[in-house]
Ligand binder design. Structure first.
Ligand code: NCD
Length: 352
């Protein structure tokens, strides 16, 4: 069965928890000299990037390779897209390689959904215009969970250019789903109307920022601004920059990258121990491994081939069967699954 991840809305809290648990089991693999498991051997993952990307594209590629998939990476620049080929033609042409999964980053909102209609492969949305970036939200949850242990009740402030940010949309949904209290803050011109309907409150100043446990700063997306949304970047920085004056010792700082140093964040806070920015990048690989595994390998298992749970119900049924090990190239075994039942009822305090 074909499975896709197009929006955080596709995921229930239990799905998110399962992905985070899975990512944690892959973190152990990433600590080894040979960072590979055979889970997706013989499967092809197509990475289609129609927009600039450093972290997302490299981590998807690495994630697929660490699961032993074959990868084909196409960037719009230098491909036939440059010659005017449409997204649909490109997807249909590349479908000739029979990919199991297409990872798509595009400047057009809704592109991932369209691709899902045009290909028999599963699709992962790696950022579609201003709309969503679900794997970024998952890696942010994972990074925060690793740091604080429990997400329920955390006060998260998402600060900055919310209007142009797909990360903001996915993260509001994801943090809210995990029981966080989400506030978005920024200049009124950069806060979309009715954003509250996603499950957050809105503030136009940082006066109450002191209540936040987590400050999630967004990049000023100048490439998406056709008009002036703020009088000047200097003025923006004065009112909304997270600097040493605003970031308090008890607060955690996150940012999806790339950072405009001196605009949304001061240089000092970027390098502070409270900042999780480099951990977020590091989490990208294991969380994307978990997503690829969830979408591809767990489907196989339903057919009785491989090793993981697809739905909470399948997981429950499987819990009775115990942990499953995968054979590594060096002959050792990697327990892909955590101990029976652990996905479903993690020890108190450990789970997000
Ligand atoms: C984000 C993106 O591209 O949406 N970056 C990322 O994926 N790491 C955020 C941004 O560009 O500001």
């Amino acid at each position: 069965m074909k499975r896709s991840l197009l929006s955080i809305e596709d995921l229930a809290r239990a799905d998110i928890e399962r992905i985070l648990d899975r990512a944690e089991s892959f973190a152990e693999v990433s600590g080894r000299a040979i960072k590979k498991v055979p889970a997706l051997r013989g499967r092809t993952v197509l990475n289609l990037f129609y927009e600039a990307s450093t972290r997302t594209s490299s981590s998807f590629e690495l994630a697929a390779k660490r699961l032993s998939a074959d990868t084909v990476s196409v960037r719009a620049q230098g491909s036939a897209v440059d010659k005017g080929e449409s997204l649909k033609d490109t997807v249909q042409t590349l479908s000739a390689y029979d990919p199991a999964l297409v990872v798509i980053r595009s400047p057009w909102a809704g592109a991932a959904e369209l691709v899902a209609r045009w290909t028999p492969a599963g699709v992962v949305n790696a950022g579609d215009g201003k709309r969503e970036h679900p794997t970024q939200a998952l890696l942010d949850l994972y990074t925060l969970w690793r740091r604080v242990g429990r997400l329920d009740g955390l006060k998260v402030w998402i600060v900055g250019d919310v209007l142009h940010s797909r990360v903001a949309r996915s993260n509001i949904l994801a943090f809210a789903r995990m029981g966080c209290e989400v506030t978005v803050a920024g200049p009124p011109t950069l806060i979309p109307r009715e954003i509250e309907s996603l499950g957050c409150r809105v503030r136009s100043s940082l006066d109450e920022l002191g209540e936040a446990d987590v400050i999630y700063a967004l990049r000023m997306q100048r490439e998406r601004m056709e008009e002036a949304f703020v009088p000047s970047l200097r003025e923006y920085a004065e009112r909304y920059q997270i600097d040493a004056r605003r970031l308090q010792p008890h607060q955690i700082l996150m940012h999806p990258g790339p950072v405009n140093r001196g605009v949304e964040l001061s240089a000092q806070v970027i390098d502070s121990p409270q900042a999780l920015i480099s951990q977020q990048v590091e989490s990208g690989v294991v969380v994307r491994m978990a997503v690829l595994y969830e979408l591809l390998a767990s489907g196989e298992e339903e057919e009785g081939v491989a090793a993981s749970a697809t739905t909470a119900a399948a997981a429950r049924a499987r819990a009775a069967d115990g942990a499953v090990a995968e054979r590594l190239p060096d002959g050792s075994e990697h327990p892909i699954e955590v101990a029976p039942g652990e996905h479903l009822a993690a020890p108190a305090g450990r789970h997000p």
